[in-house]
Design a protein around this ligand. Structure first.
Ligand code: ZN
Length: 135
């Protein structure tokens, strides 16, 4: 095999899933705690299913430097929420279904035909949080 290069990773997404009122409340609380601590781009809360996702969720886009603090923090604070963290390398389909890591429940992904096999790797989105606390 020819190993792929870490340099292929332009950014990461964390998809934070919730189901039912208790998980939704926790997910919204988690969202606030994330905004206070990390310079990330918080996506909209999708109560209706979007893209390949089979459960309501919101997306967090973050850069490579943030991975080392944000992902361990999520491990400690996700509670019972399922989380998919995946790299953005320009292979959108593989990034989601093969290169991601799951915390908690592993959920199926659907509508895979809407994901591109080869595209331009997504650069980190402009952060829309203003952290005031250290993780
Ligand atoms: Zn994603």
């Amino acid at each position: 095999m020819t190993p792929r290069q870490i340099a292929e990773v332009a950014s990461y997404h964390a998809h934070i899933y919730f189901e039912g009122p208790a998980q939704r409340a926790h997910a919204m609380e988690l969202r606030e705690r994330i905004a206070e601590r990390f310079s990330v781009a918080l996506g909209r809360v999708h109560d209706k299913l979007v893209g390949p996702h089979v459960r309501p969720m919101y997306q967090v886009s973050f850069d490579i430097a943030t991975f080392a603090s944000f992902v361990p923090w999520l491990m400690l604070n996700r509670g019972d929420l399922a989380v998919l963290v995946h790299p953005n390398t320009g292979r959108e389909l593989a990034d989601h279904i093969a290169q991601g890591l799951w915390m908690g429940e592993v959920l199926p992904l659907t509508n895979l035909d809407m994901l591109q096999a080869e595209t331009v790797a997504e650069e980190p989105r402009t952060p829309n949080t203003a952290p005031t606390l250290t993780p």
